[in-house]
Design a protein around this ligand. Structure first.
Ligand code: ADP
Length: 888
């Protein structure tokens, strides 16, 4: 910093528009206008020794409130000095800045001489325009005596305004100046401390205070503040040192105060900002960041929408409170935070659950309900009667705690569709909860939310799905729930079905009680035995036996065919399936207690017809002539035999649309050839039993499975061995024991039965026996195969064939007594399905025959047995010839 500068009498003048360069300040400017470029070029760039230039503030025309005279009164100074303004009207010829033609430049009469500290020259591409970047340091004040132009820029005759050394020394003695400079230094010191505290700058600025003369310091300080142009000008005009010091002190103090106030405000505002406000601010920032990143998933809006949904969910007050607490937690979380999603999903569930929403209950019309049941289901008279009774009780006493109806029967007998008819009769929504294979209590009651991937139980999930709090809820396959280490689902179901407890059903995931008392529960099961007794106790079992072929035919003609045609966008106009053909389908392609497979086969026929009708436009008109029916598409579809296993998929075309589109001359009639083509070769025939019992050692048993009654062949064979018994076919413990008993009994009676020449001869001498139950993939258990195993062993050892038209069932004691067994009705129906003509039953099962449809009974010969010999007597052609003088 130069102590004193020798100023030339003339300086090139660089105008500063609305800006002041104070001595001691350093600025960097970019010169682009032709006049300033010229000035820099000539006065600074081309000179070897860098000269000085004068910086003179000019005022914009707009800045002037009044346009003053050419030499107007300048900005007054405190010292009473006067400065003048020179008003120069520029014209095109001498316009230094190339601005508006008639622009009036208001020059300030005082400026600052400046030295270039650094110069750099640039050439703009592609215009080739030259620009300069100049770093200038303000040195000392001067006043303009006269302004003139040199080429395109101005020059001025000037005189220095700085004091000389003696003047300076004099002032420094002035007590007023001393006081002022002390005051200035103190204030400046204070400002430096505050700034250092804030910005943690080192003590460099403090050094300045001690080394630089105070009047220069005043300029340096003020130059660093952001003050108005007027204030800058007045500082420039403060030639008198005392005036300059007091002005600078004032400005430094003002700056100090403003920093303090700002700090106070920040502290205060920070203190006042509550946690949530802070979060809000942060979230706003986050949003802004996201927007910048183009990451616009609008969680805020989502949460607001969720809140609205929650408000309209009609939660009870205590649950609403709980939900709000959770919502507050969610709002505080960031979407990326762990737990955000689970909390959100939980709240969505709370909002979606039907707390209040219910199907409107209207007066139950029993007659309409009966009509509905009748129109939906063929037969099932007793079942329908029981359902009507149940509905009647509900009508008289809507809150009656009637038992839960439980339909028990093989698959496809209409359990589910009966339950859905109950729902429509009551005008309620229907929801099916599948319990098959549920082993974990959490499936019913949900997982606690502390588990990763926790979910509500199936009941709550079902209620969310159905959206009302009073649906008819079908607990499907309630017998298929098992219990293991993960808890007992049955105990949770007990709570569900107990009217005392289900008002406050506690789902672990939901964690707030839910009132299930308005739900009407109906259950289904294939078998009663596996249902835990306490659960069974809450239910009223209604058994649905399998259907006879005649019943199946009626069901097919009245219900299945119309439904299947409708689902495929067809009608009887397009496809005709006669009774005879349905009978064939029943006999040859199905062997089931229910009608599910029948329905699937009919659907396969309908699909084939649909293809035909849809293709008919491009091919030939429909006709009864089968070979004319063939079309490439039909052929390719039929090539796949697995077609029949497919589910019925509604085609979403209604009859109306279809008949509008396609006109058929006559319906497509299903005949045997078409059955063959569409369903493949017959799967079952009456010859099966005969073929299977063609060799000795095979007998026909009747068993009971989850699919209803079944015919079960039992095969026995002997080979060289050590007298062991081998059993195969996925057998349970009970059936294994029956096999042991059977073998023991046969061995004990070997001589009586003429299987061994003498009593002391061991039947198993040197050989093993192997008994196999075909269909080894199906687990089998129960005692009722006892008689069948004995028969097959006797057949094996005697090498006599068992009658192919006779099937049997019954438990045998070690002493050969025949005990009654269960599922007689289903077993007889199964025998009937297989085309069996004679059935051997335990005598004590006689009473069960009343349940068997008479049409079926009429087609069978029922043979009752008390002892094993009775069975053998009937099982072999010509009786049991070996029983002579029996000791039994
Ligand atoms: P389940 O629940 O017993 O396994 P579904 O109720 O699913 O059996 O019945 C299978 C199909 O058979 C359904 O389309 C049903 O309408 C039909 N069905 C069963 N029994 C009858 C019946 N008696 N009358 C009319 N349709 C029946």
């Amino acid at each position: 910093m130069a102590e004193s500068v020798e100023l030339p009498s003339r300086l090139a003048i660089l105008p500063f528009r609305n800006k002041v360069l104070l001595p001691g300040a350093i600025i960097r400017i970019r010169c682009t206008s032709p006049s300033s470029v010229k000035l820099v070029e000539q006065e600074l760039w081309q000179r070897e020794e860098k000269g000085l230039i004068g910086i003179l503030p000019v005022r914009d025309t707009a800045e002037m409130t009044t346009v003053g005279p050419l030499l107007s009164q300048g900005v007054g100074t405190d010292s009473g000095e006067r400065s003048s303004k020179i008003q120069v009207a520029t014209s095109e010829s001498n316009k230094p800045d190339g601005k508006n033609q008639q622009e009036v430049i208001h020059w300030h009469t005082r400026g600052v001489a400046a030295r270039a500290l650094h110069l750099s020259r640039g050439v703009e591409k592609p215009s080739g325009r030259v620009t300069y970047i100049v770093v200038l340091e303000g040195l000392c004040r001067f006043s303009v005596q006269e302004l003139s132009t040199r080429g395109t820029y101005y020059t001025a005759r000037i005189s220095s305004l700085d004091m000389n050394k003696t003047e300076m020394e004099q002032v420094e003695q002035d007590p007023e100046f001393i006081a002022l400079s002390r005051q200035f230094k103190a204030t400046a010191m204070e400002l430096i401390s505050v700034l250092e505290q804030k910005q943690k700058t080192g003590g460099r600025t403090k050094v300045l205070l001690e080394t630089v003369p105070v009047h220069k310091l005043a300029d340096i300080f003020v130059a660093s503040f952001e003050i108005s142009f007027e204030e800058q000008l007045s500082m420039l005009d403060s030639v008198d040192l005392k005036v300059r010091l007091s002005k600078a002190t004032e400005l430094v103090d003002r700056h100090l105060q403003s920093i303090r106030v700002a700090e106070k405000i920040t502290q205060k505002v920070e203190g006042q900002l509550s946690k949530s406000q802070k979060e809000f601010l942060l979230r706003q920032q986050m949003r802004a960041i996201k927007e910048e990143l183009g990451d616009n998933d609008d969680d805020e809006d989502d949460v607001a929408a969720l809140e609205r949904k929650m408000q309209s969910a009609g939660m009870p007050p205590n649950i609403w409170k709980h939900a709000q607490r959770e919502l507050r937690r969610l709002k505080k979380m960031q979407p990326q935070q762990p737990g955000y999603n689970s909390s959100r999903v939980y709240l969505e569930l709370l909002a979606d659950l039907p707390w209040q929403k219910a199907s409107e209950e209207h007066e139950l019309d029993l007659r309409a309900a009966k009509e509905r049941l009748d129109s939906d289901h063929y037969g099932l008279v007793k079942v329908k009667q029981r359902i009507i009774e149940y509905l009647a009780v509900r009508k008289l006493k809507p809150d009656a705690r009637g038992p839960v109806l439980c339909f028990v029967g093989p698959p496809g007998v209409g359990k589910t569709s009966l339950a859905s008819s109950i729902a429509s009769a009551l005008g309620r929504k229907f929801v099916r909860i599948s319990l098959g294979g549920v082993k974990d209590e959490a499936d019913i009651r949900g997982h606690r939310r502390t588990y990763i991937g926790s979910m509500p139980g199936r009941l709550i999930e079902g209620l969310k799905r159905v959206g009302v709090s009073n649906p008819v809820m079908l607990l499907d396959e309630i017998d298929k729930t098992g219990s293991d280490v993960r808890g007992d689902p049955a105990s949770a179901l007990l709570e569900v079905l107990d009217p005392e407890q289900n008002k406050t059903f506690n789902d672990h995931y939901l964690n707030v009680p839910y009132d299930l008392s308005k739900v009407i529960f109906v259950a289904t099961a294939n078998r009663v035995q596996p249902i835990p007794p306490p659960l069974l106790d809450r239910m009223e079992v209604i058994e649905l036996p399998g259907y006879t072929p005649e019943e199946k035919l009626k069901i097919a003609m009245r219900h299945l065919i119309p439904r299947v045609l409708d689902q495929h966008g067809l009608s009887s106009e397009f496809l005709e399936i006669s009774e005879a053909m349905v009978k064939l389908v029943i006999q040859r392609y199905t062997r089931e207690a229910g009608v599910r497979s029948l329905e699937r086969n009919l659907a396969a026929l309908a699909r084939a017809a649909a293809v035909q009708v849809a293709e008919q436009e491009q091919t030939i008109p429909l006709s009864k002539d089968m070979h004319r029916l063939a079309s490439p598409l039909l052929d390719s579809r039929l090539a796949d035999g697995s077609e029949m296993e497919m589910e019925v998929i509604p085609m979403g075309v209604n009859n109306q649309e279809l008949s509008n589109t396609f006109r058929v001359a006559s319906p497509l009639v299903v005949d045997e050839a078409m059955l063959d083509k569409v369903l493949g070769p017959p799967r079952y025939d009456d010859k099966e039993t005969a073929e299977r019992v063609a060799t000795a050692g095979v007998s026909v048993g009747l068993v009971w499975t989850a699919f209803g009654g079944e015919v079960q062949f039992v095969e026995a064979t002997a080979m060289l061995g050590k007298g062991d018994l081998h059993l195969t076919g996925q057998l349970g413990d009970v059936i294994k024991e029956s096999a042991q008993i059977a073998l023991t009994w046969v061995r004990a009676r070997a001589a009586d039965l003429k299987l061994a020449a003498a009593e002391e001869i061991n039947l198993l001498q040197g050989r093993d026996v192997h008994i196999h139950f075909p269909a080894g993939a199906v687990p089998k258990d129960g005692p009722s195969a006892g008689v069948t195993m004995v028969t097959s062993l006797v057949s094996l050892f005697s090498q006599k064939r068992v009658r192919a038209d006779t099937a049997m069932t019954g438990e045998m004691t070690l002493r050969g007594l025949i005990l009654p067994v269960g599922g007689i009705k289903d077993k007889i129906l199964a025998a009937h399905r297989y085309g069996i003509k004679r059935v051997i039953l335990p005598e004590r099962n006689l009473k069960d025959l009343v349940e068997v449809p008479t049409a079926v009974l009429a087609s069978l010969e029922i043979l009752l047995a008390k002892r094993m010999e009775d069975v053998l007597e009937q099982a072999f052609e010509g009786g049991c010839p070996w029983r002579r003088d029996s000791k039994l």
